[in-house]
Design a protein around this ligand. Structure first.
Ligand code: CUA
Length: 157
C-alpha cells in the first residue's frame, strides 16, 4: 500500500500527540497528582452509604468548636440541599462530593470556585462578607440540564 509522504508525516505527528497525552496521564497517575482542592478520595457509588455524605447528613453543621461545615452533594442537576443558610463574616468550610460526573461550583460575586471531581471530596473554606441571596452555579458542562444546575445560598448578618 502506498502512503503519501506528507500523509505519513502527519500520521507520525498524530501518533506522537497521542503518546504525549497518554504519557502525561501515566506520569500524573504515577506521581499522584490530584485535582486542586480535592483533598480526599471517596467512592461515588457508595456516597449514600458513607456517613458524611448520607442524605440525612447533608447541609449546614456547627462543629463543637464553633466552626461551620457545609456538606453538599453535586449531581445532575443540582447541588443538594438546594437551599442553605449561613452566617456572614464567618469562615465556612464547604465539602462537596459528586454522585455522577464532573461538576464545577461557582458563586458569582464571591471568591468561591472549585471543581467537583467524581471520586474526590472537594473542600473550600470561604467567608461571605455581605448578607444576601447568592446563586451557587455549575460551571463545568455536565449534560443537558447544565444551564439549570444551581442552588441558593442565603447569607444572613
Ligand atoms: Cu453540573 Cu454543569
Amino acid at each position: 500500500m502506498h502512503i503519501d509522504p506528507l500523509e505519513k508525516k502527519w500520521l507520525y505527528i498524530a501518533l506522537g500527540m497521542v503518546a504525549l497525552f497518554l504519557g502525561s496521564i501515566f506520569i500524573s497517575l504515577a506521581v499522584g497528582i490530584k485535582p486542586p482542592s480535592n483533598v480526599e478520595t471517596i467512592d461515588p457509588a457508595r456516597l449514600h452509604l458513607s456517613e458524611e455524605f448520607a442524605e440525612d447528613n447533608l447541609g449546614v453543621h456547627i462543629q463543637p468548636d464553633g466552626r461551620i461545615t457545609v456538606i453538599m452533594v453535586a449531581g445532575r442537576y443540582g447541588f443538594f440541599p438546594r437551599h442553605i443558610t449561613v452566617p456572614a463574616d464567618t469562615p465556612i468550610t464547604f465539602r462537596w462530593a459528586s454522585i455522577d460526573v464532573l461538576h464545577g461550583v461557582h458563586m458569582p460575586m464571591t471568591n468561591m470556585s472549585t471543581m467537583v471531581v467524581p471520586g474526590y471530596v472537594a473542600e473550600v473554606t470561604t467567608t461571605f462578607p455581605k448578607p444576601g441571596d447568592y446563586p451557587m452555579l455549575c460551571n463545568e458542562y455536565c449534560g443537558l440540564g447544565h444551564d439549570y444546575m444551581w442552588s441558593k445560598v442565603t447569607v444572613v448578618a
